[in-house]
Design a protein around this ligand. Sequence first.
Ligand SMILES: [Zn+2]
Length: 97
Amino acid sequence: MAIESCWTADLDDLCTIELECKSCGAIQGLPTTNWKGHIPNECPNCGGPWFQLNGVSEISLQRFMTNFELFLKDKGARGCSVRLRVEGCPQGRRPLE
Ligand SMILES: [Zn+2]
């Protein structure tokens, strides 16, 4: 019998979107609330390309960040909770049974 583990997180728990450079490993975090920045087109450490200017990824992430914050703010208008279910067990978390 395979044991599957997963955990759930409330959307409020999602506090940062992390961007990790494939070239140098630098990480930049984008806060999911009160985010007023822009999507970085290149790595702030090594200058390697991250997001093509006006490319699908840049535009999609920009919309995601904006819509995610709006979605969180509208929590009171919903009659259900919305959570994320993530497979695997991160360090420091116990799997749900
Ligand atoms: Zn880099």
